[in-house]
Design a protein around this ligand. Sequence first.
Ligand SMILES: Cc1cc2nc3c(=O)[nH]c(=O)nc-3n(C[C@H](O)[C@H](O)[C@H](O)COP(=O)(O)O)c2cc1C
Length: 240
Amino acid sequence: MQPHWSRRKFMGASGAGLAAGAAAGAAPAAAPAADDARPAPVRIVGVACSPRKGKTSAAALRVCLEAARAAAPNIEVELIELAGLSLPGGPAAGVPLGPEERDDFPRVMAALTDQRTAGIIVATPVYYSGLTFLCKAFLDRLGACRRDNFALADKVGGVLAVGVVRNGGQELAIQAVQNALLCQEMIIVGDGRPTAHTGATLLNPGTDDIAGDEFGLATARNLGRRVAQVALRLARTTKG
Ligand SMILES: Cc1cc2nc3c(=O)[nH]c(=O)nc-3n(C[C@H](O)[C@H](O)[C@H](O)COP(=O)(O)O)c2cc1C
């Protein structure tokens, strides 16, 4: 990976632990080798869409991904921060890149369309009751996935938003992102129980420190767990 490719792997696949695909009581035709008994890795990729690297939406996404990772031993998580990457929006509309223009989108797309990636969690700061310009450029560029035979179809999608006001438009931003992900034939989920609403909604109290936002952090954890659980369920169905 290039140095500007800002991403961080949290943990790789670990050993067995999840009974994937085997119906209770049904004897397998042949005893599987030890490796075959292990459930295949299920990857959840988080995309942080703030132009500010490592700030509140990225921090909330880390919490979310950690909850996803904790859902099962075969969950892998990966964080991609768009901050510092070059994601020109022009190509989404067929405008060619300038001769010197760098485009990091193909590598982002490769991570998302990878067969092992079963879930995608998008985190955006709230900008004037909507998503950030970077998030919009990213979502527009995902049109390439539609053109690639809907390469994101049936991947699980979840959305997280952080604002500086408690009701500053988090749910509006989440819905705007969800609508774009629906155009990819993704399967959209909200934050899981007990909150079970649109997605993860967090408050930055103005200090860029979200550690005290217990409610918001709970929604982030619930979202991560929910995305992972649905992705695991789909993986078992596909395998079976
Ligand atoms: C241009 C701009 C517009 C913003 N608009 C809103 C808004 O409408 N509602 C809100 O709650 N916060 C708003 N904010 C605050 C950010 O959502 C908040 O600081 C967030 O935590 C930033 O995420 P980051 O730390 O990941 O960059 C705005 C910030 C900027 C820079």
